[in-house]
Design a protein around this ligand. Structure first.
Ligand SMILES: CC(C)(COP(=O)(O)OP(=O)(O)OC[C@H]1O[C@@H](n2cnc3c(N)ncnc32)[C@H](O)[C@@H]1O)[C@@H](O)C(=O)NCCC(=O)NCCS
Ligand SMILES: Nc1ncnc2c1ncn2[C@@H]1O[C@H](COP(=O)(O)OP(=O)(O)OP(=O)(O)O)[C@@H](O)[C@H]1O
Length: 197
């Protein structure tokens, strides 16, 4: 089973693009979504996050997302410590999920691949890029949030250029129809490549 990674900065359109691959029949694992589920359900993760952040990490047993975001995206060291708690569990969960799939390849959407030196875990990596002003506008509209909060996250991620340089494919996500065309071309290329190996 081949593993294709899909990454990109906040608001670049990772999930939008990932769902286009899913519509073509590619099994999709969204690491961020699974991470949030595990952070709400795994007793072990909960215990460790409360030790790291205090009781405020959870509100009525649900992850206190605004609190965590206000802590980690301003403090790279805390972000690293949180990732060290959450990511190994997401890794185990992904391995288990992958074992149930039968398609030629699976797509794993992950916000951070290069930032954590995880590129070697993938057969191919696709990066989604879009202009920063577009990304800011999209996220402000989607999450009713502020430019400052989004920029704190942008500043913890590599730039589009840095990611693109290390990727096998780059999808420019401006016009949705053109994005779909790029997805189809890459999907066909991947199927042909994997059929040969
Ligand atoms: C800290 C949390 C609770 C904040 O939630 P909130 O709803 O405010 O933000 P959201 O999830 O929309 O994330 C905002 C942006 O940050 C990116 N992001 C999320 N987690 C991380 C991380 N650990 N490192 C870098 N960027 C991240 C997201 O992809 C997105 O681009 C949430 O981001 C979270 O649970 N993160 C841990 C899960 C994780 O590590 N995800 C990445 C898996 S690859
Ligand atoms: N080409 C596009 N044109 C217009 N709107 C778009 C386009 N691509 C994505 N969007 C919208 O922009 C927002 C961000 O897209 P999406 O959630 O796919 O990005 P993301 O990279 O997964 O975000 P995050 O990093 O926050 O997880 C969504 O509301 C989505 O519907």
């Amino acid at each position: 089973m081949k593993i294709v990674g899909l990454t990109g900065g906040i608001g670049s359109g990772k999930t939008t693009v990932a769902k286009m691959f899913q519509d073509l029949g590619v099994p999709l694992y969204i690491a961020d979504e699974r991470a949030k589920i595990l952070m709400n359900t795994s007793k072990d993760i909960k215990k460790q996050l409360i030790t790291l952040f205090g009781d405020e990490a959870y509100n009525d047993k649900q992850l206190n997302r605004p609190f965590l975001a206000s802590k980690i995206f301003k403090n790279p060291d805390l972000l690293k410590q949180m990732n060290a708690i959450v990511h190994p569990k997401v890794g185990d969960d992904f391995t288990q999920w992958k074992g149930q799939q039968t398609a030629p390849y699976v797509l794993k959407e992950a916000a951070i691949i290069f930032e954590n030196d995880l590129a070697s875990h993938y057969d191919f990596i696709i990066t989604v890029v879009a202009d920063l002003d577009q990304r800011l506008a999209r996220v402000m509209k989607r999450d009713s949030t502020t430019e400052d909060k989004i920029m704190a996250i942008v500043n913890n991620q590599l730039t589009d250029d840095e990611k693109a340089k290390q990727s096998d494919f780059v999808i420019t996500n401006h016009d949705l129809d053109q994005t779909k065309d790029q997805v189809l071309i890459i999907h066909q290329h991947l199927l042909q490549t994997f059929a040969k190996n």
